[in-house]
Design a protein around this ligand. Structure first.
Ligand code: FES
Length: 334
């Protein structure tokens, strides 16, 4: 996934661990394979060869690098293999310590901290799936494609990239024949989503992952389709309106017995850390889901792009790196 800004407090994360209070594990890099220009795939295993936590298509993990950075990567291997995870890492042109470190320094044998897996991009049952990938956005879709194929569902994939050699996992996709359409931009131009999607119809789910312009194009192309047809995973946050309230609010941390006042220019995440609560986070943009926190009372002002409408309406969890409060007081399970 993306090489977003790091936000675990510097120096708080020793090699191969994640902060206390989070789901902790360690994995060993057992293989590293170049799968496209600027994309390496990593195979991860438990250091003692134990089983790894189960996961479902669309899941991602947090990897805590030995240099202290935390990054999210979609799991793109075989969900039925309980002993290995696979992730793929794109070298980001502006990344200096995350993806570049993975490409330049990480080697088989190295240990990494592991958070998750978590799934904010779940695959729901459907008769037909239309998958749209842009670049490294192919990664969460690979396990979905495998699952759709195993279930005997109708499916097809439209996969765009800058050029053919920059598009990861082309060899794995070849076996699906003409269900997969590769569209290198330097050969064919931009994806023609409307033509490929066809007429709007019931019983179809469209899954799209890739850069923001592709997601915007998918939203536009799917606007005539039935509600909730399109499901997306974002690497970057959308533009947001101003928060619901301008002033400060209080956050009670029920398990810790502390209350903190959150000023308008401070995130709940930073306020919580300010009173000594260690909390794993990564993107700080409401896109990764790492900082998801249970809400016990109060009404969140959701400003993330992880939770769906039903989860927002339920109001029992929130992403505290970006979301705020609609009420004078929020009570969190921290
Ligand atoms: S840290 Fe990524 S959603 Fe909050």
């Amino acid at each position: 996934m993306t090489d977003d800004e790091f936000s675990v407090p510097a120096g708080s994360v020793p090699a191969g661990s994640v902060p206390a209070g989070t789901d902790q594990a360690t994995v060993r890099v057992t293989a590293r394979t170049q799968v496209a220009d600027d994309v390496v795939a990593l195979t991860l295993e438990h250091p003692q060869g134990d089983r790894l936590p189960a996961w479902t298509p669309g899941s991602h993990v947090d990897l805590v690098l030995p240099n202290g950075l935390t990054r999210q990567y979609s799991l793109c291997g075989d969900r039925w293999d309980p002993f290995t995870y696979r992730v793929a890492v794109l070298r980001e042109p502006t990344g200096r310590r995350g993806s570049a470190w993975v490409h330049d320094t990480l080697r088989p044998g190295d240990l990494l901290g592991l958070g998750g897996p978590r799934n904010h991009f779940p695959m729901v049952p459907s008769d037909e799936y239309l998958f749209i990938a842009g670049g490294i956005g192919i990664t969460p879709l690979l396990p979905m494609i495998r699952q759709a194929d195993m279930m005997g569902a109708e499916w097809k994939l439209l996969y765009g990239g800058r050029r053919r050699t920059s598009m990861a996992f082309r060899d794995e996709l070849e076996r699906y024949g003409d269900r997969v359409r590769l569209v290198p931009q330097d050969e064919y131009g931009l994806l023609d989503l409307a033509t490929w999607l066809g007429e709007p119809r019931e019983g179809t789910k469209v899954y799209c992952c890739g850069p923001a312009p592709l997601l915007a194009a998918a939203e536009s192309a799917c606007s005539p389709w039935p509600e909730y047809t399109l499901r997306t995973e974002r690497f970057t946050p959308p533009e947001l309106d101003a928060p619901a309230r301008k002033g400060p609010f209080d956050v009670e941390l029920r398990r810790s017995g502390k209350t903190v006042t959150v000023d308008p220019d401070v995130s709940i995440l930073d306020a919580v850390r300010g009173v000594g609560i260690d909390m794993l986070s990564s993107c700080r943009q409401g896109t990764c889901g790492t900082c998801e926190t249970t809400v016990l009372d109060g009404i969140p002002d959701h400003r993330d792009c992880v939770l769906d409408e039903a989860e927002r309406a339920a109001g029992d969890c929130m992403l505290i790196c970006v979301s705020r409060s609609r009420t004078d007081r929020l009570v969190l399970d921290l």
